[in-house]
Write a protein of this length. Sequence first.
Length: 308
Amino acid sequence: MNIENFLKKYFSSRDKIILACSTGPDSMYLLYKILETNYKKNLVVCYFDHKLRKESEKEVKFIKDMGKKYDFIVEIQEENIKKIQKESPSIGIEEIAREKRYEFFKKTREIYGAKYILTAHHLDDKIETFFFNLIRGTKLTGLINMKENNGSVLRPLLEITKTEIISWLEEKNLPYNIDSSNFDIAYTRNYLRHDIIPLFSKINKSYKKNIKNTLCYFEEIKDFIDEEVKKFIADEDSFYIDEFFEKPILLQKEIIRYCFYLRNNNSTIGLSEGNIDEIIKFIGGKNDNTKKKIKNLSMKKNKTKIMF
């Protein structure tokens, strides 16, 4: 991956570049690569301290020193994630940490008037996320949620592996830090990363390439479905009931998800398969001029149309 070409694709020569950096090998690799480009003068590096590890103090000093050495802006935020999790025990600590981290990245992006946040997710992360979401139960969107461009988040490293990253850093003798919590298999992701996914190489040494190709295929399917859904809902406030039931059940469900997404802060969180079935049943019901609200989706129907 040529980082300069990637940056040219998304940024003008004056745009601020917000980089999420943990000081680990992945984000440091991306940082060093950006410093080799003409965009280095626009760089803002964000470090989020979860207050979960003792070494975070060392990492804060490390990134501040890097900022002075290479003349880039460093933004740091601290949050006591354990304390927050105690107040919301039903939410996992990993989920809370991610939410708070991305809140910080978004806030920094807005402060600097930047279009995007850059993260250093690579091919291994993409494969890991696929299996993590598959095991938890998800739809197609959840299986392919790690794209090069996810709206405000850019991921330039999705074509390269962790091994390639480490090899380059070691060859150049460039410093980075190791997050000790990445080896704690009490965390589901770490268990997948260290104990489960490596077993695939015993079946097929090319498993990363093969899974990558499969994910590309899934992305093409999802892009096609999204295009069909948006074409159908040209008017985002209503559609004809007869035309809706002419569509395959897969598209019917995706249309409902999209309607919910538009009215739920661009999220489908909280919408279950049961909710979707209930909405479709309401749309196809014999009663006219009726209203119904399911989750955040308010609906009104007459003989021919459903309105939101």
